[in-house]
Design a protein around this ligand. Structure first.
Ligand code: COA
Length: 192
């Protein structure tokens, strides 16, 4: 299967800031470390289910070498005045299941100080599009049962199943992805 050919694009966030979404690449190692270091303890727990202190070299390698088929990873960054490099503000990724090629595990995180600005929304929508392109039709994800924000985000891109408890307040949800929106055909204004 050909790797996902997601086209990098600009997006407008809630406060009007222009963000840029693109496939993650090996050169994003430092950005990933910076993004991880910025996370609050609560965010680490919500994403990893414990207060993860750092990403190991092995994890950093794996997370920055998505193959676009079994692992798709998108990053969102913004250019800020006075900062020489773009600020990484979120990552969304999915890992295809070995036993069901139409299914993948989804994970998403955004910087604490950029929450509520639409970063999660644009990332999940872009990831759904990229996943669909390579034949992924269903996501599953583990989340704390009170994590309504991620549920709301997922329900924008697919149909959510009932929760399945997997322990300690953590549930697994399934999300049957909707086909990406088709471009609206141009309406001819000429008289027929
Ligand atoms: C879940 C998570 C990724 C959401 O990221 P985010 O960047 O805050 O997402 P958004 O800004 O797109 O949406 C968050 C809320 O802001 C709202 N919002 C989005 N754009 C907005 C705007 N322009 N104006 C006002 N509100 C807005 C959304 O509707 C959403 O509201 P809701 O919580 O009532 O559903 C983030 O909270 C996170 O990283 N959490 C920790 C990790 C985690 O829980 N991951 C999920 C398990 S893998």
């Amino acid at each position: 299967m050909s790797p996902c050919a997601f086209r990098a694009r600009d997006v407008i966030l809630g406060d009007g800031t222009i963000g840029h979404i693109r496939l993650l690449a090996p050169a994003d190692r430092e950005a990933l470390i910076e993004g991880f270091d910025s996370l609050s303890p609560e965010s680490r727990i919500r994403r990893f289910f414990y207060e993860k202190k750092a990403l190991s070299d092995q994890e950093l390698y794996a997370l920055t070498h998505p193959d676009g088929v079994s692992h798709i990873a998108l990053g969102l960054e913004v250019v800020l005045e006075g900062r020489p490099t773009p600020l990484p503000i979120g990552v969304a990724r999915c890992f295809r299941s070995d036993d069901d090629p139409e299914q993948a595990e989804v994970a998403l995180i955004t910087r604490d100080d950029w929450r509520g600005a639409g970063a999660g929304t644009v990332l999940i929508q872009a990831l759904a599009e990229a996943a669909w392109e390579v034949g992924i039709r269903r996501w599953y994800g583990a989340l704390f049962c009170d994590n309504q924000t991620i549920r709301n985000l997922l329900s924008r891109v697919g149909d959510l199943s009932d929760d399945r408890a997997i322990g300690s307040g953590v549930v697994e949800v399934l999300c049957d992805l909707y086909p990406p929106a088709q471009p609206v055909p141009a309406v001819s204004t000429e008289a027929e």
